[in-house]
Each structure stands twice: as structure tokens, then as C-alpha cells.
Design a protein around this ligand. Sequence first.
Ligand code: ZN
Length: 322
Amino acid sequence: MSAVLAKRSGKVRSATSLIHTQRTVRRSVSCSGIGLHSGQKVTLRLKPAPRGHGIRFRRLDLDGLEVPATVSHVARLQYATGLARDEGTVETVEHLLAALVGLGIDNVLVELNHAEVPIMDGSAASFVYLVHEAGIKSLSAPRRFLKVVRPISLSRGDKRIALYPSDHFKVTYSISFDHPLLRYQSRTMRVTEDAFIDEIAPARTFGFLKEVEMLRQRGLALGGSLDNAIVLGETGVLNSSLRFDDEFVRHKILDVIGDLALVGYPIIGHLVAHRGGHALHASFARKILDNAEAWRLVKSEAEHVAARAPVAGPLQGTVPAS
Ligand SMILES: [Zn+2]
């Protein structure tokens, strides 16, 4: 199956199992676009990085100030996920982070000449294309996975998010809005590299026409258009077509994958979210790290199996292996 997929795409894909070694991009690649919120033109470059480096942004317009993509650097969370360090910010990082995590890229330097990551077509497809153009390089260092062994949950009003033990990284997301097209959408999927590329990465961000004016008055969505977002009018979408019938909930899965990249480890667990947004996702990323008794770091499939724990069982030392 892997061989067939690799032949089809011309790229190395991991169809089913975990990627066990850290990865980076093979060579530098760049793209240009505009920021969704700032409307500013920006050039983004992905550069190879060594093992253990993680995902870091570098602001070329701020003397090379670096901002790591970690929970401790989360800043603005209004309608996008922003990071900050000292006086420097990096905005709207979530779709790029989703593409990097979705393709198993652990280490990369992301250079920008402006604060906001370009929105491209509103999905992660352009970033997947960019990584594939660069090529993927395996590094001689094991990956460490965050294996969930006890449930972790967070809710705010009717917004909920939780992680449960599972043998794979799975996401169940549901949304409901006061709009005829979006009364309720739900999707569950196991997030493999292939599933991410084919079923999640192309799903575009979306917004409501009635909110556009309010957002612009607040200095947001200045670069937004039908070229980079699905726009919902009173009864339907203003764009000519959707890429999937449930493109909206697929995009929420994309967003949460990107936001949980801030945890710093690929997750083995079942993420379940209802009506979440960037603020809830980022708070949850912090809560995961704060609840160290609810997970273990594992390196290999064997360790992953050994870390399986009964839901109410003892956690340390005496956990049966099946
Ligand atoms: Zn998004």
C-alpha cells in the first residue's frame, strides 16, 4: 500500500504507522502571499533544521528574532493563533503548523519578512505542496510521542475539548452554528499522513459575511477574500463551490491539529472537540503539558504498546502490556 501511494504521489508518504525518526525539510523553499488579517504581502521560507530544534519562526525584519512554536509563546488568539517573544510577534501560524505536523516535520526554521504567515488559499494545501517541493529528510534521532494514558478535558460554556487514550492519533470534531448550512457537522478520522494530505489539508477557513465589517473595523480580515476563505451569506456560500460537503468541520480539524502542534510532541490519543476555537485549543495545549500524570513520552511502537494503561488502573510500574 505504501509503495502504491508513494508511486501515485511521487513522494515518500507514511500511510499507516507511526513515523519513528525526526524529520526536517531537505532544502530551503519559499512562497509569498498576503496575511489574512494584516493584508500585508509576506514571503515565507522553510529551512532545514537539526534534530531537537523544533519548529521556530524567525522574523527577518526584526534582526532575526526567533519565536519558538511552543505553548509558552502563545499570544493573540482572536480569529487566529499568534505567538510572541519580546517585542516580536508571529500571527496566523495554525495552518502552516498543521501542515508541518500533518507531514511529520519536527524540525524546521520558518523565516518571515513580516509578522503574519501568508494565508495562501485559506487551507494548508499550499504548505503541503511547499514541503513536498523541499522534500522530507529523516534525521538520525528518534521521535518522542506524547501518549495519552488518562483522559484530559477542558470546557468553557458549551465549548468542549478532551483527549482520551487511543492507539492512534484520532480526531472527532463537531460544530454547530446558527446558520442553515452549519447547524451541525461532525467528523471522526484517524490522522495519518495520507488522510491529512487528502482529506484535511485542502479544507479552507471560513467566515460569515455579516461579521466581515466588524472584523475590518477591528483591523482583522483585511486580506480576506473569496480567494482565501469560504464566506457564508445568509443562506449559503458566496464562493462558487465547496471542496467537500463538510469542508467546515474538516477545517476545524485542520485548525486543532495546527494549534496542538504547540504541545511540541506528536500525540497518540483520541482528541474530541465540540465548538472549539483557537483560544480553547491553545488553553488545552497548555493543560495537556500541565497534566503530566495523564501522558507519557514514548519513542517506539514497543514503548507505545507498553504504555497502554487501563483507564482506572495504576499508572506507574505495574501497567499490563495489553
Ligand atoms: Zn483555520
